[in-house]
Design a protein around this ligand. Sequence first.
Ligand SMILES: *Cc1c(COP(=O)(O)O)cnc(C)c1O
Length: 411
Amino acid sequence: MFHYQADLLHCENLSVEAVARQVGTPFYCYSAEAIRTRFREYTTVFEPDNALICYAVKANSNPSVLGLLAEMGSGADVVSAGELHSALAAGIPASKIVFSGVGKTVSEMNFALERGIFQFNVESEPELERLNQLALSVGKPARVSIRVNPDIDARTHRKITTGKSENKFGIPASRAIEIYEQARQFKGIETQGISMHIGSQLTRLRPFEQAFNALAALTGQLRAAGHDIRVLDIGGGLGIDYGDGHSPPPLERYARLARQILDPLGCRLIIEPGRSLLGTAGILVTEIQYVKQGQERTFLIVDAGMNHLLRPALYDAWHDILPVRKTQGKTLEYDVVGPICETGDSFATKRRLSPMTQGDLLAVMNTGAYGAVMGSFYNSHPLAPEVLIDQGEFRIVRKRIGLAQMIAMDS
Ligand SMILES: *Cc1c(COP(=O)(O)O)cnc(C)c1O
């Protein structure tokens, strides 16, 4: 959906430069068509009669993005009351919402119980106890899948691996039977399945295969112990191609693997994709403020920073960077850095770009997921606005807030 026409980068059929002229920089730009196409791919490979796609809202919680996915029939995987509220407000029915996360508070649980969400993914025994008590007091049983940690190395970045025994997520598979037994004693809890999510930005199938096999084996054990397992939530985690040489398997192969192993169990499948739905559908557009000749490097100092896109600083993430208007001349080597007073505020080092000058625009690619949502006001810079391009038109879906508004939040 992002491509060049002549020398100009376009999103769908709109020139990114033309949008920038009206919106100002920095800003995030999303393609509605890219999101719809990817969602359709998901519903094709996982048939909707026995699978529910619960988009992981934390990847991009913009209400217009959620609205677009709601229209297409998506469910939601939420990790806070805020996300639950946004998902409901966007039109995603409670019957398609699962609630994940290790730290659900009393008020978050009450809100979700009141709305009657499809499922709580419970991550510990104390959480199960709390949920039971609250469910009893509102008189509505909570439907639950226990999140099991299969102790599998997802072979991804250490900060986005979640399925190893040393991670805070889920309960160890070895204790699963015991916890399902305990859940059976709780009158407020109705267990209906098992959930797993082993990490993010996985680019190999092998860890998924291990996880699906572990899920199948555990289903057998729990059923043998008399538990009714009818939902299997396989989480998200499928990677995208950031252009750094690690390309993920095609969605079709991932789905085939899941279905081969899990379909025979006759359960409803839940899939919670975040990055693989939104990641390639967005870019961050930023303007070069200075071309600074360092002693060893040439720096392009841009007006977006780690406060707008944290991934490079947090995960050493690699993002492709493209000129919004291609220039003539031999490519040069640049470091692309933000204005924040942190050495870690760097988007790229030693990148070859055609010659750039002050005022030129750059696009940081593949930032539709885990981009805007991680924004902060660090160094008292306002958040980046967000723009959604749909059928030849663009809409500002998060306004740029002024300095006065930003400052007025505090006293
Ligand atoms: C973050 C998360 C997801 C989405 O992960 P992606 O890698 O973005 O697909 C799904 N499920 C849970 C429980 C998560 O925490």
